[in-house]
Design a binder for this molecule. Sequence first.
Ligand code: ADP
Ligand code: MG
Length: 720
Amino acid sequence: MSKSTRLDSKENESEHLPIYQHKAKLIQAVKDSTFLVVTGETGSGKTTQLPKYLHQAGLCKDGKIGITQPRRVAAITVAQRVAQEMQCNLGREVGYQVRFDDCTSPSTVVKYMTDGCLLREILADPVLSQYSVVVLDEVHERSLNTVTYKIDLFLVYLLQDILLGLLKKMFSNPAKTPKGRSIPLKVVVMSATLETDKLSAFLGGCPIFAIPGRAFPVTCTFGFAVGPKDIESTGYAKEVVKVALDVHTSEMAGDILVFLTGQSEIERACDLLYEKAESIDYRYDVQDQTVEGLLILPLYGSMPTDQQRQIFQPPPSGIRKCVVATNIAATSLTINGIKYIIDSGFVKQLNHNSRVGMDILEVVPISKSEAQQRAGRAGRTSAGKCFRIYTKEFWEKSMPEYTVPEIQRTSLTAVILTLKCLGVHDVIRFPYLDCPEERFILEALKQLYQYDAIDRRGRVTKLGELMVEFPLHPGLTRAVLKAASLGCEDLLLPVAAMLSVENIFIRPGHPEKQKEADKKHRALAAKSGSMNDFATLLSVFQSCKSSDRPSAWCKDNWIHWRALKSAFSVETQLREILLRLQQKDFPVDTFDGNKSELFRRCLCTGYFTNVARRSVGKVFCTMDGHGSMVHFHPSSSLFDQEDELNWVIFHDVLVTSRVYIRTVCPIRYEWVKDLLPKLHEVDVYELSGVAREEVTDEEMIKWETREAAKRQPEVSTEDV
Ligand code: ADP
Ligand code: MG
């Protein structure tokens, strides 16, 4: 088949999408108003078609069309698709920009990007002078269920709320084009769900354009495997595999989409499926004789791009495709040909855990509306079936009606700092779409104060201005900056990178293999010379980097090569950010302590909020005022060494039946003695005055404009 006929067929294909019939009206609606809400079923063609239509209608004569996606995978794959449809090379007219990967050129006029990327652009150019249209896509998805990199969490997940608020503030008066813009900006907000009235009301009652959907019925059945008592069970992955094989051997042709929660779980399930599928005897077992094989494809955020492409390709004839995915396949990506859904009922979600007083990634039951969205993916082209592995009772008792927006569930530290650096001083009255509780805002202010990112009056400090540049947790950023000021960033940058990607340690399911992997990991920890999990990360990073055959080295040591490769790339990016900052006014410190303590002392400046002291026996007690009882996680190299230690810092917490601390490092009390009082120094209510100064709106606007003007516009190539 020649190249052009293939492209033509893509163009035809897109004419069958529901959005196609509304093309002219849709273009007119965008032209007619500043804000427009567009809604339509997932798969109706919003993300791929609307930007193309606007391009065809000449809306990018005076500026670019920018489309944001909450997830990098979506931004990349969609841009690929649209470039194909528009018959251009990716990176020319159609391009994308995501963190660590800029595929655009001066000729790019349709630009897909992550939310974080657009926010960076607003930081540098508050009126977005290069754009004629900005499309905020997937606005219903205001929680980042799939974690691409942990690095994303702290800045990206709430960005849609910030972006909406900022755009509303800046462009809500069409009569007044902001200074620096010659033409008014058009803002399109797209969503798949029925929250459109709320969105329209938020945007000053703007028009709503609804693309009528066409969905086929999906029959849902409940299972027997997971009931309300199994909330913390991990057995559901096995059950999902069993059901998938049942479907494969007993149902008519049609592809399967399985919903699980995260990368390692998905890979394990795929291994298991593969093993079992190998032994199926197709002569007797399969009812529908046209199905003679199973093609198993994982799908999660940090997957390499070439593998992602395979997901969209139809399977060879006679082969059934089975995609095992995170929630990313619920709304962000549409895979054609799916007829069967297998729903685990769980999702990985970032929650604020009041028991330990911090945000943690947890596997939690999905909401009923989420379950319906998942089921709907089976009915796009014909009637489908959805197999829920949980019981009806689980549905009734354990699943909430709706998912709570992330901004109302998680710590706002990075968001508040970003807002402050954007010149938004009054962070309480900022127009959030879903206003977070005031106490969370105050909690964030308190943390920022503890890290010295803001002063007592709530103004951003020099350190705060440096901190906001890093797409990392503020504590980790502070440790990196401390190290850099002492000239030893080589110790901290790799660690920050390693903590920003998926877990690099492979833990196989098979007990024998598990033992072998554990042994290798212990050897790696010992090699680092000290019983300190941060040092192990550094040592793994360095050993692999200096190895002649890094992928073989990883295989040998049960290390995730792909995750480590991402860590290498993250480290380079962080180093570039640091270099850029160091060219300006960068602090210089001296260290007169013992050299061997340098690494841990730097860590302490960022992790003094995560200090634990031995309580009794193997139990430790946190020092942040919550006084939670915590245990070392078995994955820690300190797990067996507890007896000699009294004080530790830790990176994060895992809550199951117990509270575990992970990535642990022994410290001396003297190192944190002077920092700990800071944890209790300010009362959050003292800061509430700071957050809500009694000033008039006019004064506020003046102040904000002045602050914004102080910020030198600069082109930033990295995306958070
Ligand atoms: P919406 O945004 O309304 O959910 P999309 O524009 O994402 O809809 O999808 C429209 C169609 O384009 C779907 O049928 C989907 O399968 C197809 N599509 C999207 N991205 C790709 C891709 N990378 N490869 C192949 N098909 C794709
Ligand atoms: Mg879409």
